[in-house]
Design a protein around this ligand. Sequence first.
Ligand SMILES: [Mg+2]
Length: 178
Amino acid sequence: MSAETTRPLLLIDVDGVLNPFRRPGPEWFRTKCSADGRSYNMLLNPAHGPKLLDLAATVGCDLVWATTWEHDANTEISPKIGLPELPVIEVDRDNRWRDRGVDVMFKTPHVADWVKGRPFVWLDDDLTDLDEAYLREHEGVGDFLVIHVDGQFGLTDGDLVEATVWLIEHGSPAGEQS
Ligand SMILES: [Mg+2]
């Protein structure tokens, strides 16, 4: 496989991760972001974009949106925190409240289908053991780590360190470590 298809991924949620449910500190600024013609009050931290880009450069991974904001994350969130346009995992957000007959979060089957065996870390505030079990049992899902971000505080430096350590250990297939 080419390096491009084996590069590890860092999947990023917005609400509860980049946009915590309360303001953790003065670094977070209040702003409004729009999706589907609705405006939402947001709390964003301008340091998060540079920190995520630094992490991606350090470990050699690709940043990917895994959020109900879908493509709106690239137009509404990225420019405000210094991220470039990122690939988007479409999560069928319009049907997120529908009963799908499985006890996993609505994003999880879409993530499982998208990763194609690439190792990944998933930063999300809304996943449970059931999601991790679903991923482990899903054909085409390789090594992964779910980091359960606390939605009250959002993404912390500790979460980023945990992601970095795991991606360095698991990111490169055996024999490709430099
Ligand atoms: Mg969330």
